[in-house]
Design a protein around this ligand. Structure first.
Ligand SMILES: Nc1ncnc2c1ncn2[C@@H]1O[C@H](COP(=O)(O)OP(=O)(O)O)[C@@H](O)[C@H]1O
Ligand SMILES: [Mg+2]
Length: 591
């Protein structure tokens, strides 16, 4: 191991000299305690190192050792249900070793070295294998099969394949390559976090990821393998919506990267997540989840690394052929870490002090999401969806982190404080948000849900837009200025907002809505709209239309049990009958 000497310490940044032959992004061990660090700048023999642990007590002259390997994660059985820090150290193991505070220089491997897994082979002696081929599988949790793949770079004939209980370091197969070299395969792979894992081809994402959140699925859908950004000021609901995605998305694997905003926020996640029940299996959600937690007392550099640790784990599960969804909350903390380190490197600051490469780093991160054909036989497909929240100071969307993110992602859900103040949650502003996957999602709805779903959504959206214009008129000249027709538009818009878009994450029945039910709910509102307009034509008094008893049922439609969707038909009939009949009073007036 090459050894250098510290010449300067500046917060999380350490400058060392004498590391001859060191490479960018080499993992180094700093000081006598051997703290973890990474080379992020090299000038001749002088290396700038970001250190993932507190640097107090380090000083000039202390040794630095180059491991000559890049910062990597361990991939294999044991990832699921784990809670890691930003550099994949299991928080529990660390806590057991040293108590509640992460003490420095603690070595804890990402994967348990003692646990034995029941490895079931899927290839035979003599088979030809190449990278990505599945050689066996482990039932890692009750809900997830962990597929063991030939790592990139290894190709040849299976000379030995074993069956039974093994630790992640014990051999499960021996592969002999053409040049006669024997490779011992274990269930453990290592992969450098800053390098995307290879795949055969990237495909355009086309299938919607159903999240059970109505404003998302119906209005601004995200695709499996897509990218999205949730910017919003403090308290607007970013963390709640990210949790909802983790909980309800129809992805098989969830990777949640939490960068604490408030001191206790991650503590909540650490307590909440292990208690969540997976709605699809009835088992603990953690059985298909990997959690990466940066509490605010952890050093900035670990935060910088955490999103890469997370996305590498996500790619690895995608390689097995799974649909993976990654939530990063909030990426502003990552960008701030980048800014702090850049400042210490005395780089030329860009906008608001962020380095000029903020945009390219954000792009490189989101580009690792996608739908792919995985390496290996069988052309299995997998997807990795990346959803990042951003916390723009004061909710100002023109700030650099939001802008850099919006340039790369395909979906924008703009959370706004004026809706949050009104307790309209999720506080997604329907007038500023967009999804570039809408067309694809609509194609899939018309096949799987109903041919008119698309038209209902289009019509509902135009009513919401019309409402914004009409509100302006009302503000200037009063409600009397509106025609009866326009008054109905206002009523319907209100119904779309309150009965459809608003969704309470904490209500047992409202927290999740299937796509089918979303369609039925929207159909009710739009049916009411249609008949209300007709009734107006027939001179039915406005007051009677808007106070029709069935409206209460439309309002309560969100609480209809997913197993009792047939009741929507009855409500629809009631709408028709209540609005079709001319009332006695109305009739009398016109007589
Ligand atoms: N979908 C929702 N349903 C009900 N309440 C919500 C919802 N979204 C947000 N809230 C409320 O808003 C509060 C703040 O949300 P949070 O996600 O912590 O905001 P942020 O992460 O943007 O600071 C929550 O504690 C909750 O009371
Ligand atoms: Mg939050």
């Amino acid at each position: 191991m090459r050894e250098g000497r510290i010449i300067k310490v500046s917060g999380p940044l350490v400058v060392a000299e004498g590391l001859i032959g060191a490479k960018m992004y080499d993992l180094v061990r700093v000081g006598r305690e051997r703290l973890m660090g990474e080379i992020i700048e090299l000038r001749g023999e002088t290396a700038s190192i970001q250190v993932y642990e507190e640097t107090v007590g380090l000083g000039p002259g202390d040794p630095v050792f180059d491991t000559e390997e890049p910062l990597s994660v361990e991939l294999g059985p044991g990832l699921l249900q784990s809670i890691y820090d930003g550099v994949q150290r299991p928080l529990e193991v660390i806590r057991d070793k040293v108590g509640n505070f992460i003490t420095r220089g603690v070595e804890a491997p990402g994967l348990d070295r003692e646990k034995k897994w029941d490895f079931e082979p899927r290839v035979s002696k003599g088979d030809e294998v190449s990278p990505g081929d599945i050689i066996g599988a482990v039932q890692e949790t009750a809900v997830t099969e962990h597929r063991i793949m030939v790592p990139p770079g290894i190709e040849g004939t299976v000379e030995e394949i074993y069956s039974g209980f093994f630790t992640v370091e014990e051999p499960v197969a021996i592969v002999k390559s053409k040049d006669g070299k024997r490779h011992t395969l274990t269930m453990l792979q290592r992969w450098p976090v800053r390098k995307p894992r290879p795949c055969k081809v990237k495909l355009a994402p086309f299938k919607p990821l159903t999240t059970g959140q109505r404003v998302v699925d119906t209005f601004f859908p995200i695709a499996k393998g897509g990218t999205a950004c949730v910017p919003g000021p403090f308290g607007s609901g970013k963390t709640v919506i990210q949790h909802q995605f983790a909980r309800w998305s129809d992805a098989q694997i969830i990777v949640f990267v939490g960068c604490g905003e408030r001191g206790n926020e991650m503590t909540e996640v650490l307590i909440d997540f292990p208690e969540l029940i997976d709605p699809y299996s009835g088992r603990p959600l953690m059985e298909r989840t990997v959690l990466i937690a940066n509490t605010s007392n952890m050093p900035v550099a670990a935060r910088e690394a955490s999103i890469y640790t997370g996305i590498t784990i996500g790619e690895y599960f995608r390689d097995m052929g799974y649909d993976v969804a990654l939530q990063a909350d909030s990426t502003s903390r990552w960008a701030e870490a980048l800014r702090e380190i850049s400042g210490r490197l005395e780089e030329m600051p860009g906008e608001e002090g962020y380095p000029a490469y903020l945009g390219s780093r954000a792009a490189a991160f989101y580009e690792r999401a996608g739908k792919v054909v995985c390496l290996g036989k069988g052309n299995r497909e997998g997807s990795l969806t990346a959803i990042g929240s951003v916390s723009p100071p004061g909710g100002d969307l023109s700030e650099p982190v939001t802008q850099a993110t919006l340039r790369v992602v395909k979906v924008f859900w703009g959370l706004v404080d004026w809706l949050a103040y009104q307790r309209h949650f999720p506080s997604i502003d329907w007038l500023i948000s967009y999804s570039l996957y809408l067309d694809k999602a609509q194609e899939s709805w018309s096949e799987e849900i109903a041919p008119d779903f698309k038209d209902l959504r289009t019509e509902a959206m135009s009513i919401l837009q019309r409402e914004a214009e009409l509100k302006e008129i009302v503000r200037l000249v009063g409600i009397e200025a509106l025609s009866m027709h326009e008054r109905i538009v206002m009523e319907t818009a209100k119904s779309i907002r309150e009965d459809f878009l608003q969704q309470n994450a904490y209500h047992e029945l409202d927290t999740f809505t299937s796509l089918k039910k979303q369609y039925l709910m929207l159909k009710l509102i739009m049916t009411f709209h249609k008949y209300a307009l007709e009734a107006v034509e027939r001179d039915k008094p406005l007051q009677e239309i808007i106070t029709a008893p069935v409206r209460e049922k439309i309002t309560r439609a969100k609480y209809v049990d997913e197993n009792k969707l047939e009741s929507f038909e009855d409500i629809e009939k009631e709408i028709k009958s209540e609005l079709m009949v001319s009332s006695v009073v109305g009739g009398a007036e016109h007589a």
